[in-house]
Design a protein around this ligand. Sequence first.
Ligand SMILES: CC(C)(COP(=O)(O)OP(=O)(O)OC[C@H]1O[C@@H](n2cnc3c(N)ncnc32)[C@H](O)[C@@H]1OP(=O)(O)O)[C@@H](O)C(=O)NCCC(=O)NCCS
Length: 331
Amino acid sequence: MKKSLFTVEPISVLEETVLEEFHAVHRHAHGFDFPADPPVCRASFIGQIVRPRPGQRISVWVAWGDGHPAGICVVGLDDNNPLKGADLVFLSVHPEMRRQGVGRTLLSAAREYLGGMGVKKLTAFTSSSAEIGPGDAFAEATGAERVARYRRLSLNIADRPRKDGYEVPVGYRLARWRGGVPAESLAEFAAMSTRLAEDEAAGSGRGAAETFDAEKVDGLYAVLRAWGLRTYITAVRHMESGLLVGYSALGMASSHDRDASQWDTVVLPAHRGQGLGAVLKEANLSWAREHEPELSRVTTWNAVGNDAMTAVNESFGFRADAWGSVRIWSW
Ligand SMILES: CC(C)(COP(=O)(O)OP(=O)(O)OC[C@H]1O[C@@H](n2cnc3c(N)ncnc32)[C@H](O)[C@@H]1OP(=O)(O)O)[C@@H](O)C(=O)NCCC(=O)NCCS
């Protein structure tokens, strides 16, 4: 391959016209690596840079090759606790500019900046339709440790009958919302999220659990709306205690009419074993289909080793079609 000259520089998140040019690079890269996927959504890409999650600060570096946009690296830092480590939000190199050191140079620029602030860790999620794709090979070559492995599963719902007849177990009732959690349910949704985070923290032994309040939940869904995402949530209430005890959420990018991402489906431990997870998933899918007549594919990510969740998804008709890894550079 012909070697091109390239330069790397930081840019401000306010340079939206430049970001537009690099959205084209990211879209091209994604289309190259995932030819069967829909094009990445512009609003979602730009939104994640200009309107980050509450408490996250974004830094961007771009690479120009012979005057053309060649690659982009976007890093997010937790404003309240930057030393916790940074997240790699995007690192994309145009397919025609790959294997020339663009990715390595973008990563070095980010690491130098982070290192200067005392940050010593950068976490990325790499994905590919191949078991070892370019992102994973790159991460390996640049010294990132793999800490978790994931599979993406896709459900072709076009040839799946709509099941509106799911049975909610006795003593529970469902609530369905679009676009976020309504104001009157924010506090109880936040309380459930805190209990779920406590359960996860206890199970993983990873220390203090994240806590949620109404404002935080509202802020998170406001950000998803700003990224153009249409969200569908089905939550389940335990009638005797009056508490929400689980939910399932799904999102669709603003430029996508056929493809959705299945996010969390979680049930508090005391309420497991009654099929609530499957009911939530089924009910939420049918809720989304009511409003999204063209919806035909849903994708989700499962940790390799989470056999229970994989089995639930496979029984729904989800089939594995891509690989993912969480990778960490530390220095
Ligand atoms: C991963 C990606 C950013 C790499 O960009 P790049 O500019 O091609 O990377 P570099 O040229 O700096 O590669 C550095 C080293 O990584 C390894 N590497 C990169 N891509 C590879 C591939 N497709 N196969 C095998 N090794 C690869 C090589 O060891 C390479 O050094 P070499 O070319 O001297 O052998 C690019 O392929 C991409 O945009 N992929 C899609 C998005 C993605 O996966 N992002 C990464 C998240 S960590």
